[in-house]
Ligand binder design. Structure first.
Ligand SMILES: Nc1ncnc2c1ncn2[C@@H]1O[C@H](COP(=O)(O)OP(=O)(O)OP(=O)(O)O)[C@@H](O)[C@H]1O
Ligand SMILES: [Mg+2]
Length: 90
């Protein structure tokens, strides 16, 4: 029972999800592509409760280089979290 993870119901704060070891479907490979993309503005159009806020919070943590929040996730194997350090408008 103890290795069953809790779902982050209603939580869009990436830091809380990771610090409290809640379930997170790893989207960091896609976020890495997005963070390294030259096309900066993008329009995020998804219905309610589709994970928009959590995605942006995870992207913000990547751009801030908060590596401690990404242990065990795809992006933690990358020496460069963004490919473009210091370039963030979040
Ligand atoms: N990658 C993920 N892994 C696990 N849970 C997720 C993931 N992405 C989103 N969720 C969960 O789905 C729910 C909705 O996420 P979020 O609040 O980010 O959506 P939203 O699109 O911003 O919603 P709203 O339109 O209401 O603002 C939350 O409980 C969140 O924890
Ligand atoms: Mg939201």
């Amino acid at each position: 029972m103890s290795d069953i993870m809790k779902l982050p119901v209603g939580i869009d704060d990436f830091k809380i999800i990771r610090r409290e070891n809640l379930f997170y479907a790893d989207k960091t490979e896609l976020l890495h592509q997005l963070a390294g993309n030259d096309i900066t503005p993008f329009f995020l159009s998804r219905p309610r409760r589709f994970g928009k806020s959590l995605m942006l919070n995870a992207l913000k943590a990547i751009l801030r280089g908060q590596r401690e929040l990404f242990k065990g996730l795809w992006i933690d194997s990358r020496p460069d979290m963004t490919g473009r350090p210091g370039r963030s408008f979040i």
